[in-house]
Design a protein around this ligand. Structure first.
Ligand code: UDP
Length: 319
């Protein structure tokens, strides 16, 4: 019997590339699609020798043609850091709206299961804490983050419409802050910023007074949660993330302690609409999927630091 086939949009990105690894390891043929505006071929270069791995250089907002059967469509393409949304506002809106429409149309045509990578940004700057799936959120549609938040909210609505109207078998995960190897060194998010600053000996740029909170999940835990949700029957959005909440200042201090860096903290202005708190309520994932994160922060940070050291070494050599 032939292997099941999956299309992963954004497959050369941080999360997408880890999913490529997981699907290949589980006996799938993987079609990785990426336009490489924020993705990077280095994330999947170790897979090119595998006969079950195929790379399509394509923007998913254009018509997607895949010949043959398809069992699963994982829609993970999107810029995903606040700096990227500022630089790529139209592409961010397009991939969440037009790209989701194209990916859903493909899943419908092929009779494939569709899996949407949604986000805790759907909750905006939340007035309910921690965030449960039945909270509708507090999003500024016209602020700088609106291009991502509203595109993802539209993507969820479109996914549910394809489910209800066309009967497409759909899943929606709301992903909270995730970190690990293959994050872009300069993507501007807290962890890559702090790690590369600490390793270079630069001061760590903490925005605001650093009292805003986030809850960081190691990528392997996230992938396991996604895998279980894909194979469950749950159609409504499900939070996957690590509830271990801390302030951004504490997080910066952890990175300093781990790297042994002598860098100081450089307080900078807080970006507009930066959520003040964020923590996933994962009661649903615990009950439904029997899932919870396993990798402690220190362990995850150590593994990520190894990757950053290697990559920064490679960058220095290339200069
Ligand atoms: N942040 C920071 N310094 C940086 C990058 C980010 O203090 O160099 C803060 C940011 O203001 C936010 C938190 O860290 O409060 C997490 O930001 P990130 O961009 O990682 O993701 P977000 O959770 O805001 O989408």
């Amino acid at each position: 019997m032939s292997k099941p086939r999956v299309l992963i949009t954004g497959g050369a990105g941080f999360l997408g590339s880890h999913l490529c690894d997981r699907f290949l390891a589980d006996g799938y043929e993987v079609i990785c699609m990426d336009n490489l505006i924020t993705g990077d071929l280095r994330n999947v270069e170790h897979l090119f020798a595998d006969a079950d791995f195929h790379f399509h250089h394509q923007d998913v907002t254009e018509f997607i043609h895949i010949s043959g059967r398809l069992d699963v469509v994982m829609h993970f393409a999107s810029p995903a850091s606040p700096i990227d949304y500022l630089e790529l506002p139209i592409q961010t809106l397009k991939v969440g709206s037009l790209g989701t429409h194209k990916a859903l149309g493909l899943a419908h045509a092929k009779g494939a299961r569709f899996f949407l990578a949604s986000t805790s940004e759907c909750y905006g700057d939340p007035l309910v804490h921690p965030q449960r799936e039945d909270y509708w959120g507090n999003v500024n549609p016209v602020g700088p983050r609106g291009v991502y938040d509203e595109a993802k909210r539209f993507a969820e609505a479109m996914t549910m419409a394809y489910h209800r109207y066309h009967g497409v078998d759909t899943r929606i995960v709301r992903i909270f802050n995730t970190y690990g190897p293959r994050m872009r060194l300069n993507d501007g998010r807290a962890l890559p910023a702090f790690m590369s600053q600490a390793l270079r000996g630069d001061d760590l740029t903490v925005f605001g007074d650093g009292s805003q909170t986030r809850s960081f999940c190691y990528v392997d835990d996230l992938v396991e949660g996604i895998w279980r949700l894909l194979h469950s029957d749950e159609v409504m959005p499900t939070n996957v993330g690590n509830p271990n909440e801390m302030t951004i200042l504490q997080f910066a201090e952890k990175v300093l302690a781990l790297t042994g860096s002598k860098s100081k903290i450089d307080f900078r202005p807080l970006p507009q609409d930066d959520p003040k708190v964020r923590q996933p309520d994962i009661t649903k994932a615990r009950k439904l999927l029997g899932w919870e994160p396993k990798v402690p922060l220190e362990e995850g940070l150590r593994r990520t630091l190894e990757y950053f050291r290697e990559r920064m070494g490679a960058v220095a050599v290339a200069r």
